[in-house]
Design a protein around this ligand. Structure first.
Ligand code: GMT
Length: 375
């Protein structure tokens, strides 16, 4: 089967899921064509079954805004035609499902067509897709998809609540390749903390929904009771909030390490004791699952699909969104009890194994086959 994957190339969760899915399919012999504005961050382009097609936007002085979506739909049309793709898979409704629909219309003019699968990832439904500038186009392009999937039950519920969806939404959860998390970390704990200190970690794109100021406040509360360090991985607009917090709390400056974007994320996750995720919204929380695969329990909010991944009292603890005190107390409780910490590390890994690639990939393959059969 020849599959076209349309995704964001950057560090966002949807692009990571799309890339990992495409690479796993390529390893199983599928021919996978990535169509994106840049080479996806984790894509192994040396795999002979993987092709990359960069969307080029022509700049012209007349344009105040460059028409990316037109360039994208033209590229989708060209790749389907040239490589005779069997199926398109859009990750994130905006602009991918919309551009794929336009490409399909162009193909239909020539008596051709290709089925479209759209996977909803979260902010395309709960945040960006809600804006009046996009809402109707998002609803339209979701309904024009031949198959719709959602990464969690919670996101499916939100989609049905916010949009008039005329088709069944299948839940195929995000996944993790646990084989990437085998072996001990080549990073050394002592690079980040003293022997008697615990390590807290947060990984995100530092956007407002991640509530990074709460990560800082939780760390401050925990640090007052438990000797500890905080590692923050990622870049984004709220980096400024972190700097501001440190300016206001100079005693914490030497205790917080800002690592920016890190490629071998799991090596740092492996030496961490607890992952903080106080998000306001999270359709799934792939970052939490990655932490669990590295045997790191999670203290999180109960936003969106997080409770489907982080299980209260087993793999970590959850509190209401914004309840910094509860999240701080849970973290202190966990880090002050070595027996509890060891149990939760083990439980976190067991939970990550349930979401292993080997369990989820067959669901995608089955869905592709059914989409083709019903087309
Ligand atoms: O979290 C983000 O801002 C990035 C966003 C994305 O689309 O890249 O992440 C969403 O998709 C991920 C992969 O399916 C999910 O694990 C994240 O929970 C989801 N983020 C939100 O819903 C805020």
């Amino acid at each position: 089967m020849k599959i076209g994957i349309l995704c964001y190339p950057t560090y966002g969760g949807s692009g990571i899921v799309a890339t990992e899915l495409g690479m796993s399919l390529a390893n199983k012999g599928y021919e996978v064509h990535f169509i994106s504005s840049a080479l996806p961050t984790r894509l192994d382009i040396t795999n002979p079954n993987i092709f990359f097609h960069k969307v080029n936007v022509q700049t012209y002085p007349l344009f105040q805004y460059q028409p990316y979506d037109i360039a994208l739909s033209s590229m989708i049309y060209r790749v389907v035609n040239l490589y005779k793709l069997d199926l398109l898979h859009a990750h994130y409704a905006i602009p991918y499902a919309y551009a794929a629909f336009t490409a399909k219309q162009m193909l239909k003019e020539e008596g051709k067509d290709v089925p479209l699968v759209t996977t909803l990832h979260g902010t395309d439904i709960t945040l960006v897709g809600q804006h009046p500038s996009y809402k109707h186009a998002v609803e339209f392009s979701i309904n024009q998809s031949d198959t719709i999937t959602s990464v969690s039950e919670s996101l499916k519920k939100d989609t049905l609540q916010f949009f008039k969806i005329t088709k069944e939404i299948q839940v195929i959860t995000n996944f993790i390749d646990n084989s990437d998390f085998i072996g001990s970390s080549s990073c050394q704990r002592k690079q980040f903390a003293e022997e008697d200190e615990k390590i807290l970690i947060h990984v995100s794109n530092l956007r407002p929904v991640k509530r990074v100021e709460e990560v800082m406040q939780i760390f401050k509360n925990v640090n007052a009771k438990v000797k500890s360090k905080l590692i923050i991985i990622g870049e984004g607009p709220d980096m400024e909030k972190i700097n501001q917090f440190l300016e206001e709390n100079p005693s914490l400056i030497g205790k917080v390490r800002l690592l920016g974007k890190v490629n071998d994320l799991y090596k740092v996750l492996q030496l961490s004791d607890v992952f903080l995720l106080p998000s306001e919204q999270e359709s799934f929380g792939l970052a939490a699952l990655e932490a669990m695969a590295a045997e790191t329990p999670v203290i999180s909010s109960n936003a969106g699909g997080i409770p489907e991944v982080n299980i209260q009292g087993e793999t970590g603890f959850l509190a209401e969104i914004g309840n910094v005190e509860a999240m701080s107390n849970y973290t202190i409780k966990l880090l002050s009890n070595d027996e509890l910490l060891a149990t939760m590390k083990k439980n976190a890994k067991e939970q990550a194994l349930k979401f292993d690639l080997r369990n989820i990939l067959p669901l995608y393959e089955k869905m592709y086959q059914e989409t083709l059969d019903n087309f």
